[in-house]
Design a protein around this ligand. Structure first.
Ligand code: F6R
Length: 265
């Protein structure tokens, strides 16, 4: 039976699993362990969550554990990375809806502790709403874990490639952003046509992501192989946002399947 392998690429800790299901099981186990440790230490756990295709199986596994009485979100608070803008929470394409149907509605998480950026705030209030999101996270003691996926642009959250110097990029707060054309093209899968894709989003900032006490990056499938290799082996640059994770390498683990790891050599 094929087994996982651990490698170090530059300074990054990388675990490669035979397939996406095994990688997802690993990530679900990490979430459960980090929640247990944080609850034991502080009486609560604060999780940063991602949407998209990649973590779907992780949420299924977590919901199954809760259904079996083997895990609980009783002491958990969550903050999601991003939300399309503008969008209504009940829109089936909203990330609020995604989270409700895949996780929040299936587990014992208190509704007032599941935070998703609000795609209905008027534009003049978006910056203030984003600043409050950062303050809430800080008031909650910061994130115990940030779960990430990677976009084909190298984005984390919806922090798209930029020509800022890395230190300035690393300090970006939560804010309203434009999606990169590649990200918009990938979103056609959900929205049905290029014209229907919502081209803007609210995203957690790079600062908040890098400040998490632990970061788990899950990437699966052959389509992610080139950007995973660039992020891990190329220069640390805002042109490949996920490469900034190497500036906090000691608290990051990359959990991949063999397909996503194919270009690591
Ligand atoms: C989603 C998010 C994005 C996705 C990334 C990968 O909340 O912040 O960064 O993690 O776009 O998306 P999938 O998993 O659909 O390939």
């Amino acid at each position: 039976m094929p087994v996982e392998r651990s490698l170090r690429v530059a300074d990054a800790a990388v675990i490669v699993h035979p397939d996406a299901d095994a990688a997802s099981r690993d990530v679900a186990d990490r979430v459960i362990r980090i929640v247990a440790d944080a609850v034991a230490a502080r009486g609560k756990a604060v999780l940063g969550l991602a949407t998209g295709a990649t973590p779907e199986k992780v949420y299924d596994l977590l919901a199954d554990r809760v259904a079996r009485g083997a895990f609980s979100f009783r002491d958990v608070t969550t903050y999601n990375l991003d939300e399309y803008y503008p969008i209504q929470p009940l829109d089936p394409l909203s990330y609020r809806h995604y989270m409700h149907s895949r996780l929040f509605g299936r587990v014992d998480l208190a509704p007032n502790r599941a935070h998703v950026l609000d795609g209905t705030v008027p534009e003049f209030a978006a910056a203030e709403h984003a600043a409050w999101f950062d303050r809430w996270i800080e008031a909650d003691g910061g994130l115990d874990l940030q779960l990430l996926g990677i976009g084909r642009t190298g984005h984390v959250g919806f922090n798209e490639p930029s020509d800022l110097p890395p230190a300035e990029f690393a300090d970006l707060p939560t804010r309203l952003v434009d999606l990169h054309p590649t990200t918009r093209a990938d979103a056609v899968r959900e929205f049905g046509s290029p014209e229907a894709v919502i081209p803007r989003a609210l995203t957690m900032g790079v600062r908040q992501i890098l400040a998490a006490r632990a970061i788990v990056m899950l990437a699966t499938g052959a389509k992610k192989a080139p950007i995973v290799a660039q992020a891990l082996k190329g220069p640390i640059t805002a042109a490949v946002p996920a490469s900034l994770l190497r500036t906090v390498a000691d608290k990051v683990v990359w959990v991949l399947d063999e397909a996503a790891a194919a270009e690591l050599g």
